[in-house]
Design a protein around this ligand. Sequence first.
Ligand code: PMP
Length: 288
Amino acid sequence: MKIYLDGKFVDQADAKVSVFDHGLLYGDGVFEGIRLYQGNIFRLEEHLERLEYSAKAILLKMPWTRKEISDATCETCRQNNLADAYIRLVVTRGVGDLGLSPWLCPKPSIFIIADKIALYPEECYIKGLEIVTVPTRRLNPAAFSPAIKSLNYLNNILAKIEARQFGAREAIMLNDQGYVAECTGDNVFIVHKGEIITPSATQGALKGITRGAVFDIAKEIGVPIREDNLTRYDVWNANEVFLTGTAAETIPITKLDGREIGDGKPGPVFAKVLAAFHKRVLTEGTRI
Ligand code: PMP
């Protein structure tokens, strides 16, 4: 496997970053998870825009143009002869000293990996996933905005560990006010009385690219969609629940906290969203 690392393609075994890189020492950096579908990178421009927003939020000045990053991303897929892949694009603060000061890191690093990912077993996509709400709350935006896609995922990792402790593969995280924020790597949607509802970014949800696609799909299939505060009660009593994310794509939820969602099977609105999503990923991409 060839990895793009700071302007060069290197073999996986040689793709190394320094132990003094602040991405490693402090989680100081930003990233994107992107998908390649049959030679098309889904919504690449949106991913690169979000990367720029994340970098700006942590005052990390990227010395590359969007075009350079875009070209490097496409080239990474080509170098590995991939038509379908999960792409991880990482920008770190770079090498500094042992203190946390970012000013002592003169040069950010960038690396791009294109590989496969399987977030949940295949049967969960057909039968639905059973999940739980976990005690760990999503980060308070006043402390660190969950809209920033940073290298610090410990908040999400703790929630994932808790999910497993409760025998589930995924976790709903509430925000500090007790409203649903998102899952550890996915956005949450409910379908209730013919409407699709999802928490807003101010409730602690990342502005997912897949989430954005669901807003477009809802318009296309004629289902009203809106952002609103959601409690666990709202989710338990929804007709349908599903998650979205680049890695997860779209996946139905059939149980939350031991409560069956709807009739316990993936629902008709989800089926329509899924079909429309599969079409879009083939048509809305940047050709590599
Ligand atoms: N929330 C979190 C915390 C995530 O890490 C992700 C994955 N990037 C998402 C939501 C979904 O976002 P996207 O659809 O852009 O992958």
